[in-house]
Design a protein around this ligand. Structure first.
Ligand code: NAD
Length: 358
């Protein structure tokens, strides 16, 4: 049966980069027999302009039916004055919660060809390949009670609740262990178990799940040390699994080790492995419409989709190898350009990847 992919271009550079990723999917279909059907829908600012809301029912229905979703990016200055409840970003959050996408996978990969793009020394980061697995639908970002209240005497107090139940930790730990099995079989669970009871339980549950994965090497690290180690010697990590907030911070830190925001894909998965795939960057309004955005993060998101939701590891390998090849050819969009390389625009980069698929 053909796989159904919902394409959500979104705003800013979203439509430009998604066009190139769709070309790659179409080439896999036309030249390599990948049985796929693609549908397109509105989300974010584009949906607000057309329908008044960032996540139309029609989009949500299509998203529920699809096997996987490819998103460009949402947001931009045009919609920043709107009430927070109907801003473009609400479309994204709405999709994540409606589809129960609890596992966020953020690889931080530094292609050796781009080692100079990092702010760290090339020998520290060249060949970096970390997968951060972040819990996405629980923890302090969702815990109740939360708010700002007035104390006796008039002083205000802000409060949030860090809460995880065993089943939430169990399922994210399994995602991490399963991924580690396809990589270097090492998981580092990051917590603050010395201070926070909630993450003491996190450590206990991850350890328990780890006993079922005797072939995977499990270690634990406090989050402050993990932040330090990421900058000191990041290549020590294979898979890191952590809470929503720690993952939010550590994954941005890891992304920046690679120095090239236009290169990094991400996935958000539900319990059945269905997922939404998107580059980690935003809609880049400063360069939107100029045709100079780097489409590689979005194309690499397609590779993740093939691997994690569509069970097409060979197609995924093919896409990743094509990206590697265009970098070897010296093709660079402006964001990753360096002396001696060939500067290309978004469309040329996409065409080059398509040509390199063979
Ligand atoms: P951004 O990631 O859009 O841009 C940061 C910088 O990186 C900009 O200079 C931009 O030109 C550059 N950049 C980003 N992607 C690039 C690419 N593919 N190729 C070349 N350069 C690229 O972050 P921002 O400026 O903070 O946010 C802009 C808008 O995007 C905001 O409205 C924000 O809310 C939204 N946003 C959306 C998402 C999402 O859709 N998942 C994520 C982050 C930000």
């Amino acid at each position: 049966m053909s796989k159904q992919i919902l394409i959500l271009p979104g705003d800013g550079i979203g439509p430009e980069i998604v066009t190139e990723a769709v070309k790659v999917l179409a080439a896999l279909r036309d030249r390599f027999g990948f049985d796929v059907e693609m549908d397109e829908a509105l989300v974010g600012g584009a949906a607000i302009d057309a329908t008044g809301g960032p996540l139309p029912d029609a989009t949500l229905d299509l998203a529920k039916e699809a096997d996987a979703i490819l998103l460009g990016a949402v947001g931009g200055p045009k919609w920043e004055q709107l009430d927070i409840s109907i801003r473009p970003e609400k479309g994204l959050l709405g999709l994540r919660s409606a589809l129960n996408l609890f596992a966020n996978l953020r690889p931080a990969i530094l292609y050796p060809q781009l080692a100079d793009a990092s702010s760290l020394k090339a020998e520290i980061v060249a060949g970096l390949d970390i997968m951060i697995v972040r819990e996405l639908t629980g923890g302090i970002y969702f815990g109740q009670p939360r708010g700002i209240r007035e104390l006796e005497g008039g002083e205000k107090q802000g409060f949030n609740t860090l809460v995880y139940q065993e089943s939430e930790v169990d399922r994210i730990a399994r995602v991490a262990f399963d991924i580690a099995r396809k990589r270097d079989s090492r998981v580092c669970s990051v917590d603050k178990a010395n201070v926070l009871e909630c993450t003491e339980l996190w450590r206990e549950v991850v350890t328990r799940v780890g006993e079922e994965y005797a072939d995977v090497d499990l270690s634990h690290m406090y989050v402050d040390n993990a932040a330090m180690q990421l900058v000191k010697w990041p290549k020590q990590f294979d898979v890191m699994v952590t809470t929503n907030m720690f993952g939010d911070i550590l994954s941005d830190c890891a992304a920046m080790l690679t120095g090239s925001i236009g290169m990094l894909p991400s996935a958000s998965l539900d319990e059945q492995g269905k997922g939404m795939y998107e580059p980690i960057h935003g809609s880049a309004p400063d360069i939107a419409g100029q045709g100079v955005a780097n489409p590689l993060a979005t194309i690499l998101s397609v590779a993740m989709m093939l691997r994690y939701s569509l069970n097409e590891p060979e197609m995924a390998d093919r896409v990743e190898a094509a990206v590697d090849k265009v970098l070897d050819q010296g093709l660079r969009t402006p964001d990753i350009f360096a002396e001696g390389m060939t500067e290309v625009n978004c469309e040329t980069m996409g065409d080059a990847v398509v040509a390199a698929l063979d």
